[in-house]
Design a protein around this ligand. Structure first.
Ligand code: FES
Length: 90
């Protein structure tokens, strides 16, 4: 029987989502909209939601450049987005 809820880790934060949720949805549940940085350093996040724009790429279980909008969550999965920017000191 398929579990109703799946627990995974997004940037070291434990997140529980409904079974069959996409990784992009789990990232949103974790409170982020950013998945990666462009080559010029701009933040990127899911845009098309159908595997075309490539803006939602993240590291999943150590595999880089996985499309979070096209990947279903799995129990125990480890998702890593781009590193957060350093804190600016006043
Ligand atoms: S959101 Fe466009 S490829 Fe994933």
């Amino acid at each position: 029987m398929t579990p109703l809820t799946i627990t995974l880790t997004v940037d070291a934060r434990s997140v529980s989502v409904a079974a069959s949720s996409s990784v992009a949805a789990a990232i949103a549940v974790a409170g982020s909209v950013a998945t990666r940085r462009s080559t010029s350093g701009q933040w990127r996040g899911p845009l098309c939601g159908m595997g075309v724009c490539q803006e939602c790429r993240v590291d999943i279980d150590g595999r880089p450049h996985q499309l979070s909008c096209q990947t279903l969550c799995a129990d125990g999965m480890r998702v890593r987005t781009a590193p957060q920017p350093p804190k600016v000191q006043p």
